[in-house]
Design a binder for this molecule. Structure first.
Ligand code: FO1
Length: 313
């Protein structure tokens, strides 16, 4: 048995997890999910990364976008818009049920990790999905327009503002959710999923004790590059590498991860970077196809990533 803990952000991480649960028993997988993207919308608590992971693993996700539900309607949103309510964040009619359920239980005092556990069970998922913390954590993006809340930056302004700084409001006091420490300690392999290093992985690591627990277990940590050929597969990771002054490449990402991971998974497109990454970071670099175009590709990446990690461990 190989127990795997995955540090997961949004769409890329969800796709990686979808492959992973098909190559090892889902019950051996624990997804530790970012909540820095969470927001209050029309009085409801939205947890985008938790929903993207859960919907993807339950095969309910909209495959085009990687978030929200497949076949979704938007009658409520359209009516809300007619009333002058918030309409820049696309909440579908059935997705709304998730937010109503979550908000109702949070208002009753239930921790987000318990709500997530129950939603996961209700969807028949055997893998474990937990928020990294049950406490408040919000990514704040420093731009030329000043500080923006994450979804304002990411959705309302379409990630068009150059990012000059990031901070994670609440990180000083946010404690890991109940099973996070145990999952990281018991894991045979910890995977840093192909997520945005700044917007998904850093907020996760900012929760008290999490970065330390990962770095002190570096020998069992493998990171998958979210950058292929100098481009992000999805989202603004390349732009942020640029605006924060990093090398806009898998090498730039490897430098961010050298203290965290012993193994770095690099796409074949970037094979020429393998030696310089290994020389500079001391990581063991393994080259394989990392673009998750279909189920087989997701499974192959998951399998290759575990093999790469276990070879070293
Ligand atoms: N992303 C968008 O680009 N536009 C949206 O309108 C949008 C709505 C949305 C609703 C629910 C949800 O769970 C996610 C949603 N996302 C939307 C994606 C979300 O902003 C990002 O996926 C994460 O915050 C970053 O990974």
């Amino acid at each position: 048995m190989t127990r795997v803990a995955v540090l997961a952000g949004g769409v890329g991480a969800a796709r990686f997890l979808d492959g992973l649960v098909r190559v090892i028993p889902p019950a051996d997988v624990t997804a530790i999910v970012n909540v820095g993207d969470d927001m209050e919308w029309a009085g409801l608590h939205i947890s985008p990364d938790l929903d993207t992971v859960t919907y993807t693993l339950a095969d309910l996700v909209n495959p085009e976008t990687g978030w929200g539900l497949r076949g979704e309607s938007r009658r409520t949103l359209d009516r809300l818009s007619e009333l002058g309510g918030p309409d820049w964040f696309m909440i579908g009619d059935l997705d709304l049920a998730t937010h109503l359920y979550r908000t109702d239980r949070l208002s009753a005092g239930d921790p987000l990790s318990e709500i997530t556990r129950d939603l996961t069970a209700r969807l028949g998922l055997e893998c474990v999905i937990t928020p990294v913390t049950d406490d408040r954590l919000r990514t704040v993006v420093g731009t030329d327009q000043g500080e923006l809340a994450f979804q304002d930056y990411f959705v309302r302004r379409r990630a068009s503002d150059p990012v000059h700084a990031l901070r994670f409001d609440g990180a000083e006091t946010a404690r890991p959710a109940p099973i996070v420490k145990h999952a990281l300690a018991e894991a045979d392999v910890i995977v840093v999923a192909p997520s945005n290093p700044f917007l998904s992985i850093d907020p996760l690591l900012s929760v008290r004790g999490v970065r330390e627990q990962v770095t002190s277990n570096r020998a069992k940590v493998v990171a998958v590059s979210p950058i292929i050929g100098g481009q992000a597969v999805k989202g603004p990771a390349a732009d942020i590498l640029q605006s924060l002054g990093h090398d806009v490449s898998a090498l730039g990402v490897a430098r961010l991860y050298e203290d965290l991971a012993k193994v770095f998974v690099l796409d074949e497109t970037d094979a020429a970077l393998a030696d310089v990454i290994a020389a500079e970071t001391g990581m063991r670099v393994v080259v394989m196809p990392t673009l998750m175009t279909d189920v087989e590709a997701k499974m192959a990446l998951a399998r290759g990533t575990l093999e790469a990690a276990l070879d070293v461990a």
